[in-house]
Design a protein around this ligand. Structure first.
Ligand SMILES: *Cc1c(COP(=O)(O)O)cnc(C)c1O
Length: 457
């Protein structure tokens, strides 16, 4: 080698390296530069671009984006799935964020009774509201619903048996499965019934000396159809009562409002599930509730108090930012009309399809102006999924832009170029067309502006 690559320091000082440093941080960029220099030494020759500093920056940034990801990059969700777990589930409004910002930037009375001047309990921030909204005697909050199930079972049924219907032993996504969570809670699962049919007598036959609680898991991300039989909450509550066992119901999504007002199928609410005899109900904070990641536990006071005293509660507790957003959201729910107006998830569910279609038309016009004659762009009626295990099999009428291409390859290229835009645009290819569903995107203007850099494949 007759030349040497530029030094790490001189590369780091170069203006072109500001972008990768801003995206990935100084030490990570430094490490990547060193690795690249080592590769050059090992190869025994220098590439032709070795003195081109902006080429260094581009290569470093691409390499880091590829291996480390681009961070929490905003994207446009045109996938047709409203609450998309991989895209961060529920969106918050600026108003909900304001509460979080205040909690984040000030010392707050998180566990402090300001009036009395001594230690308080963080559950107090949301417990009265959760009780008012669900009819529960008591409530507590942990990090997510999986943690809620873990904590409840660990408290009430550790080293004991938990009968669960075979139809409810579900995978909750990301390869995490309910049976594993139940076992990690220290419980032994007793499978009850069969995948499609479970009868009350199946429970009665399984319950014994070792039974700790009865558990019902709302099958929120799939639906069993046809020759089926499930033991519903009132029936299971009667069985639990007969054996003086607590009944735990994991509702998964846990809509606080009756979804029939959005012309959607009925989803059991925590309030009605408790009224049907459940002793404890758990549900997520960032699915249909539309707040932040959290696991809500509501129900009988004596049980909630035991749950709160479990040392695991400390390991699973929520932070002040979560509680701030949750509290603001639960305030809104006390006036359902406001909740529908101000909680983005509910607003997206409730928005009339004509308004979604108007955005689809605007997007279609913009795409037609940019795409070559090989593409045919039209606005179609589509169906959105709610997603995140809410309302399986239920679709929400929506509107989408459908893009057909002369060749399949062009369609894939278009999807790729949409993902490579400054704000990646995510659609889905279905039946040979690219579908871009507009229900989850409330504001079309930023989406249109973002298309300025799109070049037709
Ligand atoms: C989504 C879901 C969970 C897990 O909830 P997270 O808040 O994602 O932890 C557990 N049980 C059911 C039935 C679910 O639908």
């Amino acid at each position: 080698m007759n030349k040497r690559p530029p030094s790490v320091d001189s590369l780091l000082r170069d203006a072109a390296m500001a972008a990768p440093i801003a995206a990935h941080g100084l030490e990570v960029v430094k490490g990547r530069i060193r690795a690249l220099q080592a590769e050059m030494r090992a190869a025994g020759e220098l590439p032709t671009w070795v003195s081109d500093r902006s080429e260094w920056a581009t290569r470093i940034e691409h390499a880091l984006d590829a291996t480390h990801g681009t961070g929490l990059t905003p994207v446009f969700n045109l996938t047709g799935t409203l609450i998309h777990t991989n895209l961060g589930r529920a969106l918050l409004s600026p108003q909900l964020i304001t509460a979080a910002l205040s909690a984040a930037t000030h010392p707050v009375a998180l566990e402090y009774d300001v009036e009395e001047g001594h230690r308080g309990d963080r559950d107090r921030l949301v417990e009265p509201m959760l009780c008012a909204l669900t009819g529960a005697e008591a409530a507590t909050v942990v990090n997510n619903n999986a943690a809620a199930v873990l904590l409840v079972l660990n408290t009430l049924a550790r080293d004991r048996e938990v009968p669960v219907s075979r139809g409810e032993l579900i995978e909750i996504g990301g390869s995490f499965r309910m049976p594993d969570i139940i076992e990690r809670a220290g419980c032994r699962i007793r499978e009850v019934g069969t995948t499609n049919r479970t009868h009350p007598r199946d429970y009665a036959e399984t319950i014994g000396e070792l039974t700790g609680v009865l558990l019902k898991v709302h099958p929120s991300n799939y639906r069993i159809e046809g020759f089926t039989r499930e033991v519903d909450t009132p029936q299971l509550a009667a069985i639990a009562k007969q054996h003086t066992l607590p009944l735990i119901v994991d509702l998964g999504s846990g809509a606080l409002l009756d979804l029939e007002r959005f012309a959607l199928p009925h989803e059991p609410t925590p309030r009605e599930t408790l009224a049907q005899g459940a002793d404890i109900v758990t549900f997520s904070g960032d699915k249909l509730l539309g707040a932040v990641q959290a696991g809500l536990i509501v129900g009988r006071r004596d049980l909630v108090e035991r749950i709160r005293r479990n040392p695991l509660k400390r390991a699973l507790r929520t932070d002040k930012i979560t509680l701030a957003v949750l509290r603001e959201t639960l305030k809104l729910y006390q006036e359902p009309e406001r909740a529908v107006r101000e909680i983005p998830t509910l607003r997206a569910l409730a928005e009339p399809t004509e308004r979604v279609a108007a955005r689809a038309t605007a997007l279609a016009d913009a795409l037609r102006a940019r795409l070559s004659a090989d593409f045919v762009v039209s606005v179609i009626k589509s169906m959105c999924q709610v997603g995140s295990g809410a309302l399986p099999g239920t679709v929400v009428p929506s509107a989408a832009v459908s893009v057909a291409a002369a060749h399949d390859k062009q369609l894939r290229q278009l999807a790729e170029r949409m993902r490579a835009l400054p704000v990646p645009v995510l659609g889905r290819i279905h039946d040979g067309v690219l579908l871009l569903d507009l229900r989850a995107t409330a504001d079309v203007e930023p989406l249109l502006a973002n298309l300025a850099r799109l070049e037709s494949p």
